[in-house]
Ligand binder design. Structure first.
Ligand code: RP5
Length: 175
């Protein structure tokens, strides 16, 4: 790969029906100014395309994979089988089992082929992005500083909500 290519994250999902949830990962990466590519590719319906994307990803600068899939979710496992880069799986709800099927498919990988599995749905997609950024920040001090600033901002919001809750309680109790 070119030394000028920025290190990036690949967000792949098994179906376009997964996009609304997986957009949460893209939203966080954009906020952190982390480049990403986004593709729809299925482990079952387009297995060759999936493998080709993974094999060529390092040349495009990809250093971490985020995979979202529902039902009998094999996308993260298949990607992990074809790369030694970090692979993060997001189980998605799309069947009567409401994501439990995808969670078990994604998390129960055989020893040696790891998939870091996040929560089902939007929280998992967002946390996959936060975790991917943390991985890239291991040797990117500017990104690390942006992550610390985001944490400080979250903490400030909680403190503001705590103060507001005390005010609301006073009103609720009629003091
Ligand atoms: C999975 O099957 C996809 O990731 C999606 O969550 C689910 C249903 O796909 P569609 O039938 O909506 O294309 O492979």
């Amino acid at each position: 790969m070119s030394t000028t290519t920025r290190r990036s994250v690949a967000i792949y999902m098994g179906s376009d029906s997964d996009l609304t949830v997986m957009a949460e990962a893209a939203r966080i990466l954009r906020r952190l100014d982390v480049p990403f590519e986004l593709e729809v590719s299925s482990a079952h319906r387009t297995p060759d395309r999936t493998v080709e994307l993974v094999r060529t990803a390092p040349d495009r600068g990809v250093r971490v994979f985020i995979l979202g899939a529902g039902a009998a979710a094999h996308l993260a496992g298949v990607v992990a089988a074809h790369t030694t880069l970090p692979v993060l799986g997001v189980p998605l709800s799309g069947t009567d089992l409401q994501g439990l099927d995808a969670l078990l498919s994604t998390v129960q990988m055989p020893a040696g082929i790891p998939v870091g599995t996040l929560a089902i749905g939007k929280a998992g997609a967002a946390n996959a992005a936060w975790l991917a950024a943390a991985i890239l920040a291991l040797d990117d001090d500017d990104l690390g500083a942006r992550l610390r600033a985001e944490r400080a901002s979250m903490a400030a919001k909680v403190e503001a909500k705590s103060a507001a809750a005390k005010d609301r309680l006073t009103g609720l109790l009629g003091d």
